[in-house]
Design a protein around this ligand. Structure first.
Ligand code: C2O
Ligand code: CU
Length: 657
């Protein structure tokens, strides 16, 4: 049965345009303004006649998400609601914003939660994107369809006579491929599904689009798991690169082929003015006979390394040339901008990273012999420093290196100057097998000793498998505390004094805090929380399970170091299953001696403290759950296996801001 299904697919894939009719290219809706609302949800969509497939998407899009259009200089607010039944995050790929607003794996949005990201748009006019970035679940959520484009406009770009009418002569093209299961669902089994068998553009299979016989601008994103594209037109028509990942290039670069690897964007201009109305052309990926190690060059049809699109020249988009639609056609300017790109000599700090590994298929690659660890800070960067990073790929496979926070200038490939088309602003760069890249960038504007930025391979199965690291940009790296191994950790191990101080409270009468509403009429769990603390957010989900399990028999009260309004917002953002009260001046915290968040105190009904915990861990949560069960006369409570093994404390509690 499977063999028959696959056989049919091969036939479709190999002589695809002959067998399946074209479908009209879907153009995602564009939102503009300064306030955006995104809802990530499940859906079902019919990609081909007679069958539907489960998808994830934002808002009304059937797959993928709306295009957000922003202006440089605007202060924007994006509210993201997670309507999935699993946690997610949303990362603004390519944006220069504070790490806390970045949407990396540390900005988790639990199922049902809401996350608000606010920042000033400081990026150049170019094409960026947003996508989920949850710890170890990026491949799945991306494969299911979650993602969207962001177009940034700025005054310099706006003055140029470039095509700029979205969906008419300025076309978003998001390319990716998918593999289907026998039941017609997307398959996302790590390494086995690194290559799709069917090519999509904006979620449309076998896409065709009608474009006016004038200059058109194509904004292209490679949104694949691993596959690279070698873009070009089937008839070898010239095109012009006008923008790389993070901005316009100085002047258009004439090309017949352009390599675009996972996560990279390119804006190209194509002159259709001399084409006859009614004529056609095809955008292709010329992936046949690429050098060894090219992602998608492997021969064969079958997983893990093959696919029906591998080592082939295959169509990406069929273009029908239509009558010119716009009175004022855009044109190709001679010069675009004057970029002040970085030079090697500007760098004051040099860093060297290597991609190595050799683990099992799902955990194949590492940076410098270490898999990603959410708690470990891998690089400390001083705010304001210009740095040169060399990333060497020791492996037999190519990788797509991406760094958050910055746009960089690529200054070298394998020790040689880079080609013209890679000289513009970039945030993602391909490193072929046994190759190395050197880039220079400045880490400016945003510092935090709590929130890190990520760097990683953008091939999402590699990223999920541990090929990721994180860096803090700080004002004074020497001030950060290191542990015995010389590492800076983001999670806080509990210190002995801390534990002792809280444990002294045991069997004392619970302090009465005048403003507090807690009656201790039933067994109560007090949970101290800090509004910006990732541990508090994590703890909220564990404590939520206790609250739900014991229902009315126990009260669980979160005490947040923030105003009433913030407490409400916070509670919504973690989808809290318990009451959260405001403690803006730390009255409660002080009365109970809680100096850091994520500490918990059990109070028996009547108001005697049973025990205080200066943090959380699997065994402490199990103990708390069992005690509450006993005190409430309900024997069996939830038990935990997934919380930290060694106790973790949260962040320092601070009086309301
Ligand atoms: Cu587009 Cu860290 O990602
Ligand atoms: Cu990789």
């Amino acid at each position: 049965m499977i063999a028959i299904a696959i056989g049919t697919w091969i036939a479709f894939a190999l002589v695809k345009t002959g067998n399946r009719p074209y479908q009209n290219l879907h153009i995602p809706e564009a939102y503009s303004g300064t306030s955006f609302d995104l809802h990530l949800h499940k859906g079902r969509h019919s990609f081909w006649a007679g069958a539907t497939t489960a998808t994830y998407s934002y808002n009304k899009e059937p797959f993928w998400g709306p295009t957000l259009v922003m202006n440089r200089g605007d202060q924007v607010k994006i509210q993201v609601t997670n309507d999935l039944s699993e946690p997610t995050t949303v990362h603004w790929h390519g944006f220069h914003i504070p790490a806390k607003e970045d949407g990396g794996p540390h900005q988790m949005i639990p199922s049902g939660g809401v996350w608000i990201s606010q920042f000033k748009v400081k990026n150049n006019a170019a094409t960026y994107w947003y996508h989920p970035h949850p710890h170890e679940a990026t491949q799945k959520q991306l494969t299911m369809g979650a993602g969207g484009l962001i177009i940034v406009r700025d005054p310099i770009e706006s003055k140029l006579n470039l095509p700029r009418t979205y969906g008419v002569d300025d076309i978003p093209l998001v390319f990716t491929s998918r593999r289907f299961t026998k039941a017609n669902e997307f398959s996302y089994q790590g390494d086995s599904d690194k290559y799709g068998d069917f090519e999509f553009c904006n979620g449309t299979l076998d896409p065709q689009v009608s474009l006016p016989a004038q200059w058109v601008r194509l904004r292209i994103l490679n949104a694949e798991v691993e596959r690279g594209y070698n873009l070009g037109f089937k008839d070898n028509q010239d095109f012009y690169l006008i923008a790389t990942d993070g901005g316009l290039v100085d002047q258009p670069i004439k090309l017949k082929r352009l390599k675009l690897m996972v996560g990279e964007r390119a804006e190209i201009m194509v002159n259709l003015a001399q084409r006859k109305v009614g004529s056609t052309l095809d955008l292709y990926s010329f992936n046949q006979n690429q050098p060894f190690g090219f992602p998608g060059g492997e021969p064969g049809y079958y997983s893990p390394n093959g696919s029906y699109l591998n080592n082939l020249d295959f169509p990406l988009l069929h273009i029908n040339v239509g009558a010119p639609k716009l009175k004022h056609a855009g044109s190709l300017p001679d010069r675009l901008v004057s970029n002040h790109l970085w030079k090697e000599a500007d760098a004051v700090v040099t860093r060297k990273l290597s991609i190595n590994g050799g683990g099992p298929p799902e955990k194949e690659f590492q940076f410098g012999g270490q898999y990603f660890d959410m708690g470990r800070v891998d690089q400390l960067v001083k705010l304001g420093s210009v740095e040169s990073w060399t990333v060497r790929n020791d492996q037999i496979f190519g990788h797509s290196f991406h760094i958050h926070d910055v746009q960089f200038t690529l200054v070298e490939r394998n020790g040689h100057p880079v080609e013209e088309y890679e000289k513009g602003w970039k945030d993602t760069v391909y490193i072929p097998r046994a190759g190395s890249v050197k880039f220079v960038t400045k880490f400016e504007d945003f510092a935090s000793d709590r929130y890190p930025y990520m760097y990683h391979c953008h091939m999402s199965n590699h990223e999920d498998g541990g090929l990721m690291g994180q860096f803090l940009v700080v004002e004074d790296p020497s001030k950060l505390q290191k542990n015995a191994e010389g590492e800076v950790r983001l999670e806080h191990a509990i210190k002995a004094e801390q534990a002792n101080q809280l444990n002294k409270l045991t069997l004392k009468k619970a302090p009465k805090v005048t403003s507090n509403v807690i009656a201790f009429a039933k067994p109560t769990l007090l949970v101290f929380l800090e509004q910006d603390c990732p541990c508090s957010r994590e703890l909220a989900s564990y404590v939520g399970r206790i609250a739900s399990a014991y229902g009315e028999r126990v009260s669980v009260v979160g005490i947040l170091d923030a105003s009433q309004t913030k407490a409400k917002e916070w509670s919504r953002s973690v989808a809290a299953k318990f009451q959260v009260i405001a403690d803006p001046s730390l009255k409660m915290a002080k009365a109970y001696g809680a100096k850091t968040s994520a500490s918990m105190i059990i109070v028996q009904s009547g108001g005697v403290i049973d025990h205080a915990y200066s943090g959380y861990s699997t065994s402490w949560l199990n103990e708390i759950s069992a005690k509450l069960g006993k005190f409430s006369g309900q024997k069996k409570g939830p038990s935990f296996t997934d919380a930290p093994k060694t106790p973790k404390a949260g962040c320092v509690l601070v009086a309301s801001r």
